[in-house]
Ligand binder design. Structure first.
Ligand code: CP
Length: 328
């Protein structure tokens, strides 16, 4: 409860508007819905002749990715450019971080260049919260994934995808399948799905990949894929996150695919109009069969596209809250 209160105090203005976007925990259904509705207003921008609105004109956004990324980094850059911001992508591999400069010094140097927003991906859980609360509180901080903790913009683009396909969250059964233990995406998705009012969130994984106490988040736990998939509306597959595994959690990838891989025949256990999602990157033949990833029920590439509109929504709302706070 205390952690929830602290995160809310840091990411919201006194009147409850976003000024940073650090995590889903503690955000209201009304605020999550406002993000989705704002994203909806940007959703068709990619098809327009001029793909720009002036909401962040004159503002400087710095992408700080201390961990690898394809989708998140690229869509944040496009989102910032479509909002007319000036965008700087700091290349961490060739930056002075390699000479031993601390995170705090790097960020304070960026702040000295009058940056207005940092988009941060970091291997340490809590990094975005620490930056927003302790290092640069007057720069809007957007969490682009921190350790195992949270990936809130991924969760919101996933919610956007579900609402676009299913119309609303009411009555939906959603199964999240795979490496729950190391997944920041799953933690954020579970919070968002619960807040938005789905009927049932299921998590499906071998016992070794289920975090202790996950049922306290209100999910139903399944260790057999066939049972977990039965009659669900949405299947979300997760990647085995080997970069965060420090021991042997599975006999082998082959064995994992044999028991938990989403194949065409297993997908038939879900509702006939179920959609298949995956935050990416996908590992074909490890968690998902190619025929499913590329099949008619897959919305995996749509998720990526919706990431731009969703990130535009979060960035514009946080910048607006941050400017309100700075003016007081
Ligand atoms: N979904 C996701 O975070 O992908 P990237 O690691 O490529 O950004």
């Amino acid at each position: 409860m205390e952690a929830k209160k602290r995160t809310c105090q840091v990411q919201l203005t006194a009147d409850g508007r976003l000024k940073h976007f650090l995590g889903i925990q503690g955000l209201s259904q009304a605020l999550l819905t406002e993000i989705l509705d704002t994203a909806e207003s940007f959703a068709n921008m990619g098809e327009q002749a001029v793909k720009k609105v002036p909401l962040l004109r004159g503002r400087t956004v710095v992408n700080l990715f201390f961990e690898n990324s394809t989708r998140t980094r690229a869509t944040f850059e496009l989102a910032a450019k479509r909002l007319s911001a000036d965008v700087l992508n700091l290349d961490i591999k060739t930056s002075s971080t390699a000479k031993g400069e601390t995170l705090m010094d790097t960020l304070q140097n960026m702040e000295a260049m009058h940056a207005d927003m940092f988009v941060v991906r970091h291997a340490d859980s809590g990094a975005a919260h620490f930056i927003a609360s302790q290092i640069t509180p007057r720069v809007a901080i957007i969490n682009a994934g921190d350790g195992r903790h949270a990936h809130p913009t991924q969760a919101m683009l996933d919610m956007f995808t579900i609402r676009r396909h299913k119309g609303s969250f009411e009555g939906l059964k959603v199964a999240i399948v795979g490496d729950l233990l190391h997944s920041r995406v799953a933690r954020s998705q579970i919070r968002a799905l619960s807040t938005l009012g789905v009927e049932e969130v299921r998590v499906v994984a071998p016992k070794t990949l289920i975090p202790t106490g996950i049922d306290s988040l209100g999910v139903k736990v399944f260790t057999r894929l066939e049972q977990g998939l039965k009659d669900v509306d949405v299947v979300i597959m997760l990647r085995l996150q080997k970069e965060r595994m420090s021991g042997a959690f599975l006999p082998s990838e082959n064995e994992f695919y044999h028991q938990y891989g989403l194949t065409q025949s297993r997908l038939r256990l879900a509702k006939p109009d179920a959609i298949v999602m995956h935050p990416g990157p996908i590992n074909r033949g490890v968690e998902i069969e190619s025929a499913v990833a590329d099949g008619p029920q897959s919305v995996i590439l749509q998720q990526v596209g919706y990431g731009i509109a969703t990130r535009m929504a979060v960035m514009s709302m946080a910048m607006s809250g941050q400017l309100q706070e700075r003016s007081q």
